[in-house]
Design a protein around this ligand. Structure first.
Ligand SMILES: C[S@@+](CC[C@H](N)C(=O)[O-])C[C@H]1O[C@@H](n2cnc3c(N)ncnc32)[C@H](O)[C@@H]1O
Length: 924
């Protein structure tokens, strides 16, 4: 169940008469408990309560209290040994009148009337496996409103199928935006009487809903007509009570879809909600999903948390404003300067969705401005921060509309908060008709036309703020000139997932700069456009991105182009999970990278340390791998640059499952021992290598083919491979059908193979590598050094190699994706003496012996981050001591120091020139 379904279920539970016996089960059911779970709890099989309640292990202990005894019952639940034994997260007591609950992990307690508990449902979301950020827990209203609006939207589309066609979608979305405005205005005194809109619809439209649309049309028309023109426009008396709103919101067609009785009921119900509580930064993200066929099922799951947005906005410019505020203390002149500086700051999000970055930036700036005004003794002063300085581009029509609306609502709420309801109301209507969110493709629009340093950009004379055409910059007012901060989380989209149009966008931006543009993620387009924008005006840009643009192959393609424009990385946040409301809260792994052409800007690297706290470091330079080092791009190398042996990918089976076999399938071949030794090899892919799974392959040298083909089961397998390869559309595969008895490569170590898995978890402290015998081989999921000296294994198993691969190779999410060309061939290594090699060989042997001592533990078992056996850890420590001693005569202090040294050596290795590492200044 998603959050919206849960909210609906518990709202409906709270509306039913309280049933003491049923309540615990109905409550659990509302949070998604399955029928079997409930049956077993009812029968007592799994109910572990020792106080006559219902205890679901690891979740919740509920007891219905005697009337008036809710507090005592909650205390009883808290003291109950079963609560501790059952490791429950929550305790809950209610008598149907009062309701109390406690989150035993956080100690947070809720106390409310029974009827109100659905408003606090976010508190219990962990019961449904939804771990939420605080903001979500506190946005019950936004979830409720979104869920209800979604129902209305679907109902209207059912009754008005033509409104769901591409031709009318815009109108439908526009209609929803108008409705939301009316609901908000209904509860915030913007209309002359509380609930005026909803009440008017209820009174003036007949119960059978037949004229609901005409009533709403008349209201919309009134809101688009100046009072002096109303008589001529034939606005009915009952609609004349609505104010003139316009601002584009009610201009254009005021046609309204027809309402069924159900739709009318939904509308009236939505109107009865307390829209004062709307949170425009959260609500927008949720509501935009309503209009999106693909996203509707997971309503609002793409919600981006406010703390994450602040990770972008704070270092980009808000921290600086706050610092200046601190410095100004109560000095009126300094405060005034800061205020006038802020009034000219433009925040620009060129993939703004429903405007959450813009709304949050606006709200934060208003907070700072309010403090300035307070210190200057002008607390009620009108804001000098124009909403029109918060600009966006958004491809999709509905989010763009919602972004405008969200900003308008945010402005009103800030005015109420900082200046008072009266002042807010006095200036709210009519809405400003200037347009500042453009609906169009950000990679095709000229950003300067939207956010030019000064002057006026493209002028569109239109009085329809919400109905302007696509792909045009819509700024039609003067810019005063000031700082511009670009921000957002544009779509990431790796090269394999891009549509033809998205590829064309990247081609237009990059093809005249690099041949390799096809490998870039879509988000790279935003970085390049921001850098181009910065050539013409002073600006800094910070985007959330996938980490792949700062790893592996994309680094040498993208970053030299950015640096060439005079930009540097101003700050960065290394990989972290971008949490959202998805039911498993998996979140994507992202980074934040800011570029700036302001050379004076202090450079900062933010990261999350192992204990979860945030760490900030200053650096003189941040390179494209987000390391405090000079700018270097590690290029893939076909051959080792470091004198190391050639590493190759293992053998590609390309066999349709016929050459590879389980142990049982090998037995079924009924080979003699001698045949088995000759025709079968144990084979390792990543999973076999890491998890110790057994797998074998046919290993048929050409001279053995005739003999092998006489064995019926082997012959059938070879036929299967041939058929599979012939059926492929790939010519290479067809060619390979001629030797269907073999994998694409037939490489094997004559003495041994040093192997390393291609894909592996980032959580292991060392890369999964090891030594295989000469009767063992590897698939293409493993890289191999055939018959290389053992000291090479010491390199692979080192922390230094782990750090290098993590930085320069591609990561899949966070997982390591090893590469011979990017990782092994480029690994910076000082010249090794004979003694060094002997020492490292010894270290590698010790690691292997330590592993042996734990036979049959697998690599996955041995390198579980919490459980590396002490003797194995000691062997690795010795290995790192020896290897790092070769680099700098001692162990490195941390991974950052390791990377700095590696980048320094890489530069030497590739340029032949020595590099001083002293130009890196590190602060704690
Ligand atoms: C990851 S969302 C971010 C939106 C918002 N900041 C949030 O957190 O919900 C990216 C947004 O970029 C929009 N988008 C995608 N391609 C675009 C393009 N070429 N130009 C402008 N916007 C685009 C999408 O429609 C989406 O709303």
């Amino acid at each position: 169940m998603n959050a919206f379904e849960i909210e609906e279920a518990i709202s409906s539970l709270a509306q039913q008469p309280f049933d003491a016996a049923e309540f615990p089960f109905s409550f659990l059911q509302a949070f998604g408990a399955k029928d079997t779970t409930l049956r077993r709890l009812r029968s007592g099989d799994t109910n572990k309560s020792d106080v006559g309640g219902v205890l679901q292990t690891t979740n919740i202990h509920i007891k219905v209290a005697a009337p008036g005894a809710v507090t005592e019952t909650l205390n009883l639940l808290k003291a109950s040994p079963a609560t501790t034994r059952g490791k429950v997260k929550f305790i809950l007591a209610t008598d149907g009148a009062d309701f109390q609950a406690e989150d035993l992990n956080s100690g947070e307690v809720i106390v409310c009337e029974y009827a109100k508990f659905p408003d606090l449902f976010g508190f219990f979301l962990p019961l449904a496996g939804i771990s939420t950020v605080k903001q979500i827990r506190e946005s019950s209203f936004d979830i409720k409103a979104t869920g209800r609006l979604n129902r209305l939207y679907l109902e209207l589309l059912k009754d008005n199928p033509e409104w769901s066609t591409a031709a009318r979608r815009h109108e439908m979305n526009h209609f929803m935006a108008r409705l939301i405005f009316c609901f908000f205005a209904d509860r915030t005194d913007i209309f002359s009487k509380e609930g005026l809109f909803t009440a008017t619809v209820e009174q003036m439209s007949s119960k059978d809903s037949s004229n609901t649309h005409t009533v709403i049309e008349a209201i919309f028309k009134a809101m688009n007509t100046l009072s002096e023109d109303r008589a001529a426009a034939g606005i009915p008396r009952w609609a004349n009570v609505f104010p003139y709103v316009n601002g584009g919101l009610f201009s254009g067609s005021t046609e309204v879809p027809v309402f069924s009785k159900i739709a009318r009921t939904y509308l009236l119900h939505i109107g009865s909600l307390d829209w004062r509580k709307i949170n425009p930064d959260i609500f927008g993200s949720m509501i935009q999903a309503v209009a999106d066929d693909d996203e509707r099922g997971s309503l609002g799951m793409h919600y981006t948390s406010v703390p994450n947005i602040l990770k972008v906005l704070n270092p980009l410019f808000l921290d600086d404003l706050r610092e200046k505020l601190d410095e100004a203390e109560d000095n009126p002149r300094k405060l005034l300067n800061l205020r006038s500086r802020m009034s000219r700051i433009r925040v620009f999000d060129p993939a703004c969705g429903s405007g959450n970055f813009l709304v949050i930036a606006y709200k934060q700036m208003r907070e700072i401005e309010a403090e300035i005004n307070k210190r200057r003794g002008e607390p009620e002063r009108r804001s000098e921060i124009p909403l029109t300085n918060f600009r966006g581009i958004e491809l999709r029509d509905f989010p763009a509309e919602i972004a405008r609306l969200a900003l308008i609502i945010a402005e009103y709420q800030c005015d109420v908060l900082y200046r008072g309801q009266k002042e807010a109301l006095a200036e709210f209507l009519p809405l400003d008709s200037k347009n500042w969110v453009t609906c169009g493709n950000a990679l095709q629009i000229d950003w300067l036309s939207l956010c030019g340093p000064t002057g006026t950009g493209v002028k569109i004379q239109s009085n329809d703020l919400f109905g302007t055409p696509l792909d045009q910059a819509e700024i039609d007012f003067d810019n005063e000139g000031g700082e511009t901060y670009i921000c957002g989380n544009p779509p990431y989209i790796g090269s394999t997932w891009q549509t033809a149009e998205q590829k064309a966008d990247l081609e237009a931006i990059f093809s005249h700069r690099t041949k390799s543009w096809k490998s870039l993620d879509y988000v790279a387009g935003w970085f390049m456009k921001a850098a181009d924008f910065g050539r013409r005006t002073q600006s800094s840009a910070a985007f959330v991105s996938t980490n792949s643009i700062c790893q592996g192959q994309q680094v040498p393609i993208l970053w030299p182009l950015i640096f060439k424009t005079g930009h540097q990385i101003a700050f960065a946040h290394t990989s972290f999970k971008w949490s959202n409301l998805a039911s498993n809260n998996a979140g994507v792994t992202v980074i934040i990278v800011a570029i700036s052409n302001d050379v004076q800007r202090e450079r900062k690297i933010y990261s999350i340390s192992t204990d979860g706290s945030s760490v900030v470091r200053s650096a003189e330079n941040i390179n494209a791998y987000l390391v405090p080092s000079p700018n270097i791009e590690v290029q893939p190398a076909k051959r080792p640059l470091n004198g190391l042996p050639m590493m190759v990918r293992g053998n590609m089976p390309y066999d349709g499952g016929h050459l590879l076999m389980s142990a049982d399938e090998v037995s079924e071949l009924q080979l003699t021992d001698e045949q088995r030794q000759r025709l079968i090899r144990r084979i390792y892919g990543s999973a076999e290598f890491i998890q110790g799974k057994e797998r074998y392959c046919l290993w048929i040298e050409d001279q053995d083919l005739a003999e092998a083909s006489l064995i019926e089961r082997i012959r059938r397998r070879i036929d299967g491979v041939r058929a599979m390869r012939l059926s492929s559309s790939d010519k290479g595969a067809n060619e390979m059908a001629k030797r269907a008895h073999q994998m694409r490569e037939m490489n094997i170590g004559q003495h041994h193979t040093i192997a390393i898995a291609a894909i592996s978890s980032e959580n292991r402290p060392y890369l999964p590598c090891g030594l295989l015998g000469n009767d063992q081989t590897v698939t293409n999921k493993v890289y191999a050094l055939y018959d290389a000296p053992l000291w090479n294994l010491a390199l692979m198993a080192s922390r230094l190699h782990w750090v290098w691969i993590g930085a320069v190779c591609v990561r899949l999410e966070m997982r390591f994706s090893y590469s011979n060309t990017l990782g092994w061939n480029t690994f910076p290594l000082p010249a090794l003496t004979e003694k060094n090699r002997a020492d490292l060989t010894r270290c590698a042997e010790d690691i292997l012996l330590a592993r042996e001592a734990h036979f049959p533990a697998t690599i996955a078992d041995l390198y579980d981050p919490e459980k590396v056996p002490p003797d194995l850890q000691a062997a690795h420590d010795r290995n790192d001591d020896v290897l790092e001693g070769i680099y700098i005569g001692r162990r490195f202090r941390n991974d950052t120091e390791r990377l700095e040294k590696l980048f320094e050596l890489y530069t030497k290795m590739t340029s032949g020139k020595p590099v001083k590492s002293s130009n890196i200044r590190m602060k704690a």
